[in-house]
Design a protein around this ligand. Structure first.
Ligand code: TYD
Ligand code: MG
Length: 456
């Protein structure tokens, strides 16, 4: 007799493997592989589909006379923009984030505003009692909003209620607490989370009701992470922020109805999350004097230009192996830039500790920040500050050449708006410059080092 088949699933990314291991081959996370019950035997039939004929599917062409779906804006501008300009009917949205970052707060605020905008909204909390949610709403001054509330985790009961109520928007907080009684594993396991998400997304698509799923990012393998449902939903938003900082970023990772990589910036205050209208001013720390190691990068997040400050510190290392510490940027990319500086410009960093920090708790992933990082490192190493009114951007190739980056005009305009007057940028950038900024364009890093720091 064949042994019952075992099934191991990564609770972080959902990768399936035949045996247990300490590290997931799919995403590289440690200690996230858990055993799952194999899929039920009543799954797909073993016989092939051939033989019997199905009915013909109606095919149509791409042209349509239907107007685009009406979007509903909730009035929280940062939230609407991240959604791509408002909520699309029958869409499924996943909001992921660390526990305690403010997901419930954000969604309660958004749900209340959508309800006030005329949508029929149901907020299902599987984590907090209804009284707790009510207390929070009262604290946020939203207790008058016509949001219907339920504290429930049984998916069958929830779906029955939703079918009867036919709402326009349902918030499920959180997907990890939901359980479907036709799946045998514990709530929060990969198969439960998948089954619950599948049911809710199907409900959204068939009934024309938008569904927002909240998912906790988990560090350990016992709870499935939000990544296991990313592929099922239309829009994936991550709510992130540094623990010690007040501000929070809502980032669109995937969006079928709008631009991905769009960010919304919020500040956590005593009365909930408030929008930050001018994030550039927030991410620039107090800059009165030009400081060595500090360089302002004119970046683009989604469709919006944002200025951020890179801070570097370079100091002789007391250790045999010098430290490389990065906050808010990619450590691998820092190593690459140090290597380019060493081998193309002959500026050694061996025996020096290097610390790089993005001010204000922002995370930057654009390659266009390469030149700003190189400038910050050099400025710290040479103890020479860049002019206070100067922004920097440009991508670095391994040869030391500077590659042009997109949206130069938007970057320059934002910098000019915030009081900067000059910019260092790669040569050959296509866009023009009508922002009135003084532009210094360079084609490689050696030229940059020579011109800005006066030495090769
Ligand atoms: P919460 O929305 O419960 O986080 P999540 O749902 O992501 O787990 O937010 C919890 C944190 O937010 C908590 O530490 C308290 C803080 N907070 C405020 O600072 N101000 C507020 O008005 C509210 C409601 C919460
Ligand atoms: Mg919560």
């Amino acid at each position: 007799m064949a042994k019952p088949q075992k099934n191991f699933v990564c609770s972080d990314c959902g990768a399936v493997s035949a045996k247990w291991s300490g590290r997931c081959d799919g995403c590289g996370a440690w200690n996230t592989i858990v055993e799952e019950k194999p899929l039920s035997q009543s799954g797909p039939a073993s016989k092939t589909l051939g033989g019997m004929r199905g009915k013909e599917v109606v095919l149509s062409d791409l042209s349509t006379k239907e107007p685009p779906p009406p979007r509903t804006a909730c009035g929280i501008g940062e939230f609407d923009r991240v959604l791509g300009g408002g909520l699309v009917p029958a869409s499924a949205i996943l909001v992921g984030g660390d526990p305690g970052i403010g997901k419930s707060t954000l969604l309660l605020q958004a749900a209340a505003r959508f309800a006030m905008a005329g949508l029929k909204v149901i907020y299902v909390s599987g984590e907090e009692a209804a009284a707790q949610v009510r207390m929070r709403a009262q604290r946020l001054g939203l207790d008058k909003a016509p949001v219907k509330l339920a504290a429930e985790t049984n998916l069958r009961d929830i779906l029955t209620t939703l079918e009867k109520e036919a709402p326009d928007l349902v918030v499920i907080d959180s997907i990890q607490t939901m359980w479907a009684d036709n799946v045998e594993s514990a709530p929060g396991s990969v198969s439960q989370v998948r089954a619950a998400a599948h049911e809710l997304v199907t409900f959204a698509k068939t009934r024309g009701c938008s569904v927002v799923l909240v998912g906790h990012v988990t560090k350990e393998g016992q709870l499935a992470g939000p990544r296991v449902v990313e592929h099922m939903v239309d829009t994936v938003l991550y709510f992130e922020g540094e623990r010690g900082h007040q501000f929070r970023l809502l980032r669109a990772v995937k969006n079928r109805f709008g631009p991905a990589h769009e960010i919304g910036v919020f500040e956590m205050t005593g009365d909930g999350l408030s929008e930050v209208a001018n994030p550039s001013a927030l991410f620039l720390s107090e800059r009165d004097q030009p400081a060595p190691g500090s360089v302002v990068f004119a970046g683009i997040e989604g469709t919006r230009p944002v200025l951020v400050e890179f801070q570097a510190l370079v100091a002789p290392s007391p250790h045999a192996q010098a430290r490389r510490t990065v906050v808010g940027w990619d450590g691998g990319r820092l190593a690459m830039i140090l290597a380019v500086l060493e081998s193309r410009c002959g500026i050694p960093f061996a025996g020096l500790d290097v610390y790089l920090n993005v001010a204000g708790g922002m995370k930057v992933s654009e390659p266009a920040a390469d030149l700003a990082v190189a400038a910050a490192l050099l400025s710290a190493r040479e103890d020479a500050a860049l002019p206070k009114d100067c922004v920097v951007f440009g991508e670095l190739s391994l040869s030391g050449a500077l590659r042009p980056v997109g949206q130069m005009e938007n970057r320059l305009k934002e910098a000019q708006k915030l009081g900067f007057s000059s910019a260092i940028a790669p040569a050959h950038s296509k866009a023009g410059n009508d922002s009135g900024m003084m532009l210094r364009q360079m084609s490689d890093l050696t030229g940059f080092v020579g011109e800005v720091f006066g030495a090769g």
